[in-house]
Ligand binder design. Structure first.
Ligand SMILES: [Zn+2]
Ligand SMILES: [Zn+2]
Ligand SMILES: [Zn+2]
Length: 246
């Protein structure tokens, strides 16, 4: 049992907590991940057994089916959950992505209601993004902001929100390709790029995988003190890199 979109060592997740007992299924598991209070959990109602979805910070909630109280507090602060429960869709993390935040709301609610953004947006000067979408400019504020492409399948967003966050110095940012969230493969060293390159030329692979920074990133300390976070497309296998300095 593994996480489709987290292909790095689990230790590279900021939510990773090692082995223990899962708060949701109460099984002992080799790998547990912390669910912070900005996440959403589906908890089974003790009275009628339906799954009730609630933010961890809500504490106790009322079952929408039978009206019984469902005690989230009994899970404790920052409950720990296993990979099997993550894969069953019972946890929704909130991710920063290149198309803005994606969490439970985006993966389970808003797209069912209306795929158009809520704010009045006038599409001006769309900029093509490498992940397959566009940037839009807000007519009133002149601000640019990303828009989740309509073609991203809802099931792939649900897979993303069921994936724990990766560790980073600054804001993590999940990348997309082929209208789907990519799989995280970890913060790579130069040697890992050499190993991954079919012709052994890690630098050429790196430069094909990164959006232009306008300067020579291969020789910067971003490899050692920040991170070269590598994502791989689950459809076309292309690599993309999101880099950060300390
Ligand atoms: Zn579990
Ligand atoms: Zn109930
Ligand atoms: Zn792709």
């Amino acid at each position: 049992m593994s996480l489709e979109l987290f292909q790095a060592s689990y230790r590279e997740s900021s939510d990773y907590q090692g082995s223990g007992v899962c708060a949701l299924c109460t099984e002992h598991a080799p790998d547990l991940f912390r669910v912070g209070d900005d996440s959403q959990l589906a908890v089974q109602c003790g009275a009628c057994a339906v799954l009730v979805s609630a933010a961890v910070r809500d504490g106790d909630v009322v079952c929408h089916a039978c009206g019984a109280g469902v005690p989230l507090k009994s899970l404790g602060r920052d409950p720990l959950v296993c990979v099997s429960c993550l894969n069953s869709g019972r946890v929704s993390y909130r991710h920063e992505t290149e198309y803005g935040p994606v969490g439970w709301r985006e993966a389970y609610l808003e797209r069912e209601l209306d795929e158009e953004p809520l704010a009045p947006i006038k599409q001006l000067d769309p900029i093509q993004l490498p992940g397959g979408g566009v940037m839009l400019r807000h007519a009133a504020s002149e601000e640019y902001f990303p828009k989740l492409p309509r073609d991203v399948a809802t099931h792939s967003l649900r897979s993303l929100v069921g994936t724990p966050r990766y560790s980073s110095w600054q804001e993590p940012m999940w990348l997309f390709c082929c209208f789907a969230p990519m799989a995280y493969h970890g913060a790579w060293t130069r040697a890992q790029f050499h190993t991954a390159a079919e012709d052994g030329d890690g630098r050429a692979l790196f430069e094909r995988s990164i959006d232009s920074a306008g300067f020579d990133l291969w020789h910067t300390s971003a490899f050692e003190v920040g991170g070269m976070h590598v994502f791989k497309c689950t459809l076309c296998t292309r690599l993309r890199v999101n880099w950060e300095f300390d």
